[in-house]
Design a protein around this ligand. Structure first.
Ligand code: ZN
Length: 294
């Protein structure tokens, strides 16, 4: 069965960007890697806020890539909460509906380094819920020196926003999100890849309380959360298989996608059910992003 990747990046500008030694993946190369990894389709997410990289991508670049490779790529638009005049009451629905009509399937990944419950972010979430656009967030621990929406240890602000906008689907991602799978997470290690046995943490509690929270398993953070304690991971998948999504977070050509192997092995060894394997690798993406027939 071929997978769908809910989280990838790509650029048509190749080496002509100030990446200082980190080669970025072109759409052609990404398709090659997808073939190698048995991935049928993927979502390209624009890196649009300046906090994350040395360059800023436009929604239009990503739309162009997706439209020119429609057999393989879907796309997200990205909205920085400060767009539309740096006004916390901007009518972001206007922008969101514009991109939605052009084919964008979701919003993100949000990398602006702002508190997740501050008025600007509140306004963005309000409009995303209104326009029925799922949002992928990169979570960060603090202001400055990192990127992504900020929450405290325990993810109380994320929980607040999930409850305030119950029809908004939020896909959690990044170290600060995934380290909260375990209640032993600390201020010191929350932005890393903590190892060891897992005791149910904030992610589990909030997943139970908020049916609108989904988990983006991409990148080292998602893989680490599952592989650090496999017995826990199998139970986690059993309970939340409906809301977990396979992803890569590809942005470089030579990236190891350990999650793909991990999921294949877990299924082959009957540690997870066929039903959950299919949901995570493919079917949840089709359902959440309404891809039937595409
Ligand atoms: Zn990413």
């Amino acid at each position: 069965m071929k997978k769908i990747d809910v989280h990838a990046h790509s650029t048509m500008w190749g080496d002509n960007l100030p990446t200082f030694g980190t080669p970025l993946i072109s759409p052609e190369k990404l398709k090659e890697r997808y073939n190698e990894l048995n991935i049928e389709k993927g979502f390209i997410l624009p890196l649009l806020s300046p906090e994350s990289r040395n360059f800023v991508q436009s929604n239009e670049e990503i739309e162009y890539i997706a439209n020119n490779n429609a057999d393989t790529f879907f796309w997200f638009c990205n909205i920085d909460a400060r767009m539309g005049g740096n006004n916390k009451e901007s009518d972001l629905s206007k922008l969101l509906n514009y991109y939605k009509e052009k084919g964008a399937k979701g919003v993100g990944e949000i990398t602006a380094n702002m508190y997740i419950d501050e008025p600007f972010m509140d306004n963005l979430f309000y409009h995303c819920e209104k326009c029925e656009m799922p949002v992928t967030i990169h979570m960060s621990p603090e202001k400055y020196g990192c990127y992504g929406v900020i929450d405290d240890l325990g993810l109380g602000r994320l929980e607040k926003m999930l409850k305030k906008y119950p029809k908004l689907k939020i896909l959690g991602h990044s170290q600060c999100f995934w380290s909260e799978i375990d209640s032993g997470v600390t201020v010191e290690n929350r932005n890393g890849y903590p190892k060891g046995k897992v005791v149910e943490g904030a992610v589990i509690r909030i997943m139970r309380e908020c049916p609108n929270l989904y988990c983006d398993l991409s990148a080292g953070s998602g893989y680490n959360a599952l592989s650090r304690d496999e017995d826990f991971a199998y139970k986690f998948i059993e309970e939340f298989g409906e809301r977990l999504l396979f992803g890569t977070d590809f942005y470089m050509p030579a990236q190891n996608i350990l999650l793909a192997e991990w999921l294949d092995a877990a299924y082959k060894n009957s540690c997870i059910t066929e039903e959950n394997y299919k949901k995570i690798c493919r079917e949840n993406a089709i359902k959440i992003f309404d891809l039937k027939g595409e």
